[in-house]
Design a binder for this molecule. Structure first.
Ligand SMILES: Nc1ncnc2c1ncn2[C@@H]1O[C@H](COP(=O)(O)OP(=O)(O)OP(=O)(O)O)[C@@H](O)[C@H]1O
Length: 358
């Protein structure tokens, strides 16, 4: 069921359309991740949902009611930023209770609600400390406690992990996921990091240049990217993209026809070129049947795996291989093969996928 429906949202700053007719819905209890490169409009969208910014056009319905003209307070959404500014002179307890106090909520309810969130976030032993006496992860937990004690109707998080070091990031991310599992408060989580998006999201919405590119489960975005941008953005290392000749309803690579996955068809495409995509994990060294030949130009050790770049007549291609046996060295000739099931084709005109179910 849709909890928040965003419909045709546009935001213009001066001459620039930062958001262009964004339409998406947030479902009851879901963890939706908004992802995209720096400057694509993620924070602006989140700020509009929070009520800190007015849209230029478009509607937002929460539980069916229009909220565009509501103040942030009327919306009762909780916003967590990357700088989760705690008050340094206040104890953890008072930091958590501060918002409820200034809203004039009855103090009789405080102890019970405080105990509940402190238990949930394992803050009981820390309640009398000041922020300076906490680790980065503990401070982030206090910020979470402050945000959830008011029982928000929607959680909005803007890159809450970005100021933390790698180890702490993992810890806080696990904490956020555990909290979401327990409370199931619908959450919109903004990040530029597609790995964070893939590991945390129920669904991912990909934004680029102010436009929604695709929304779906991490699995569906990885397997069925709607366009060239999503194909290149989701997945690490990134998908190889080559511009290939197109003829007879097929892409031509190294003199061979590549006709895409069985059951899919690229139809009515009157161009002479096409974007062809294949992920590094779907290419394999194949001495016998390999037909994509090239010379190794670079190899990177990633522990259990190597990422190897080949210079082929069609362009540079990267593939992944296990760190086992003889690893191809720079200068060596290699032949690769792949399954048509793992290929992607995109229009050179509008960059949309050309693969539709037959
Ligand atoms: N108040 C403003 N006035 C003018 N332009 C703005 C304003 N706020 C944001 N922008 C512009 O809107 C665009 C989108 O900004 P936004 O902060 O939403 O992007 P973002 O995707 O969150 O980026 P980042 O990941 O770098 O935070 C940027 O080009 C930014 O310069």
């Amino acid at each position: 069921m849709s909890l928040l429906a965003i419909d045709g949202l546009t935001k213009r700053f001066g001459e620039v359309d930062v958001l262009r007719e964004v339409t998406l819905d947030i479902r009851e209890g879901e963890f939706l991740v908004l992802v995209g490169p720096s400057g694509c409009g993620k924070s602006t969208l989140l700020r509009i949902v929070a009520g800190l910014e007015q849209p230029t056009a478009g509607r937002m319905l929460f539980n069916g009611g229009d909220i565009v003209n509501q103040t942030p307070r009327e919306r009762n959404f909780s916003l967590i930023f990357q700088n989760y500014a705690l008050f340094p002179h206040m104890t953890v307890r008072n930091n958590i209770l501060f918002g409820m106090k200034i809203r004039g909520e009855p103090a009789s309810g405080f102890p019970q609600r405080l105990a509940k969130v402190a238990d949930l976030l394992q803050l009981q032993p820390l309640l009398d400390r000041k922020p300076s006496q906490l680790s980065g992860g503990q401070r982030q937990r206090v910020a979470m406690a402050r945000a959830i004690i008011r029982e928000p109707a929607l959680f909005l998080m803007d890159e809450p992990l970005s100021n933390l070091d790698a180890r702490l990031r993992g810890e806080v991310r696990d904490g956020i996921m555990a909290l979401h599992e327990k409370l199931k408060i619908s959450t919109v989580y903004v990040t530029h990091d597609q790995i964070e998006a893939m590991t945390m999201a129920d669904r991912i919405a990909v934004l680029h240049q102010g436009r929604l590119q695709q929304i779906g489960t991490p699995e569906s975005l990885y397997r069925r990217p709607a366009n060239l941008f999503v194909a290149g953005f989701i997945g690490t290392p990134a998908m190889n993209i080559l511009k290939l000749p197109w003829g007879d309803g097929k892409a031509w690579l190294a003199g061979r026809p590549i006709d895409g996955p069985a059951g899919y068809a690229a139809r009515d495409y009157g161009e002479t070129e096409v974007y062809f995509g294949i992920r590094p994990e779907h290419l394999a060294e194949d001495r016998q049947n390999g037909f994509l030949h090239g010379r190794v130009v670079r190899r990177e050790l990633h522990g259990a795996e190597y990422l190897i770049a080949l210079n082929t007549p069609a362009g540079v291609i990267q593939y992944r291989r296990e760190n086992r046996g003889a690893i191809p060295a720079p200068g060596q000739e290699i032949s690769l093969s792949f399954s048509p099931l793992d290929c992607y084709l995109f229009s050179v005109v509008n960059q949309h996928t050309l693969l539709g179910e037959q």
